[in-house]
Design a protein around this ligand. Structure first.
Ligand SMILES: [Fe+2]
Length: 402
């Protein structure tokens, strides 16, 4: 992302920078790809290295199973149990070696946490929450993607029950969580050689909301931080609270992007999903389907053609509006469909005819296309609508012949 600075920083990097009592601030470089990519410099009151305890945190096995027999799947996320926090309450639904996709309906503040295995993208479906991190504070509400870079110590404070953003009192903050094994960036096709958003990009710098900060807390510690790393989970106890940064600058920091600031690209005939691309991850992409005018050719068919993407599994999370192409399939708000590689999918029967002449759509959906197969978690299977696979045939399922 582009350069930002917040709070107090010294005139030059890596020079003496003193606190009011004359002691030195502790400089920390947080950077990607071994000093060879984007980085930020943070200035701490205390040593960010001072741990006084470390403990492995056991977690139950993920319980992932292959998508077999190979089927299109429909998971009703609103049937999942609610409660917990935006980190610990995540219910793993789908995963492969590149990405883990979870759903959470949170009503509690998280512990301090950082993911050392990759970047995270948290899409708020409803409700609101605040992300507090070493970089500062970001307020997020329904429709926001919140990007949290790998290695960022942070915590999530949902505004559950506040009734803000139209949510009812006592309603949890609902979110889709995308955890990458690696980094998530804006698609390179939207950026100039030096990283500016180009004119054809569906969003740009003005839509990116960085942290308000810096953020320092009076609590001097000790403080526990849960760290997800490649081998599991570890809880560190730090001598001092990590929110002690008086200033930072650089190109790596959390930010928010509202799906409502994504300006759709439309055409006279059906535009393919790459026009909806919002982020790029390691062997996956994230796309946003937002309210838009439909194709304006007089003979246009506004819904997608049947398609078989031989290189990807397609996951679609339906989070607003009316899904014309899925009428009669049982898809509802909060539904998640998985159309895997190996299965040709398309509009449900009658959808094409019903769509003819339609001028626009108010649908809102987040899509994650992965280039390796997604395995299913136990909670995805528990909340699955097992009839979905047969809806293109009008629900007429026949017993398998052995
Ligand atoms: Fe598709």
């Amino acid at each position: 992302m582009y350069y930002r600075s917040a709070g107090q920083i010294p005139r030059k990097r890596h020079v003496q920078f003193r606190q009011p009592d004359g002691s030195l601030y502790a400089e920390e470089l947080m950077g990607q790809e071994g000093f060879s990519s984007d980085a930020s410099l943070l200035y701490h009151r205390h040593l960010p290295t001072a741990i006084i305890a470390a403990q492995s945190v056991e977690r139950p096995p993920d319980g992932l199973v292959p998508n077999a027999p190979l089927l299109p799947r429909h998971v009703r996320t609103h049937q999942l149990d609610t409660g917990g926090d935006l980190v610990g309450g995540r219910r793993l639904l789908l995963a492969n070696d590149d990405v883990r996709i979870s759903y959470v309906a949170a009503d509690a503040a998280s512990t301090l946490y950082r993911n050392a295995a990759g970047d995270e993208l948290v899409y708020l479906e409803s409700g609101s929450a605040t992300l507090e991190s070493v970089f500062g504070r970001i307020g997020a509400t329904a429709g926001d993607y919140v990007y949290v870079p790998c290695g960022t110590t942070h915590r999530w404070l949902p505004a559950a029950g506040a009734g803000g953003d139209g949510q009812g009192a006592g309603e949890p903050t609902r979110a889709l969580v995308i955890e990458a094994r690696g980094h998530i960036t804006p698609p390179g096709k939207y950026l100039s050689e030096r990283g500016q958003f180009l004119e054809h990009a569906p969003y740009c710098e003005r839509d990116i909301r960085g942290p308000e900060g810096p953020l320092t807390v009076d609590d001097d510690g000790p403080a526990d931080v849960l760290v997800r790393h490649r081998a599991g989970l570890t809880r560190y106890t730090y001598q001092h609270h990590p929110f002690d940064v008086v200033g930072w600058d650089g190109c790596q920091y959390p930010y928010a992007l509202s799906i409502h600031d994504f300006e759709p690209i439309t055409g006279s005939l059906h535009q393919p999903p790459p026009v909806h691309q919002t982020f790029a991850g390691p062997r996956f992409v994230v796309c946003s389907f937002v309210p838009r005018l439909f194709d304006y050719h007089p003979d246009a068919i506004p819904v997608p053609y049947n398609h078989h993407n031989v290189d990807s599994d397609e996951l679609l999370f339906y989070c607003g509006g009316d899904f014309m192409s899925r009428a009669g399939s049982g898809i509802e708000l909060g539904s998640m469909s998985l159309h895997p590689n190996g299965f040709t999918h398309g509009p449900q029967p009658g959808s094409v005819e019903r769509a003819l002449g339609a001028k626009g759509t108010d649908e809102l959906a987040v899509m994650v296309d992965t280039f390796r197969p997604l395995a299913l978690g136990p909670e995805a299977i528990a909340a699955e609508d097992a009839e979905y696979a047969w809806t293109w045939a009008g629900g007429r399922r026949q017993p398998s012949k052995v």
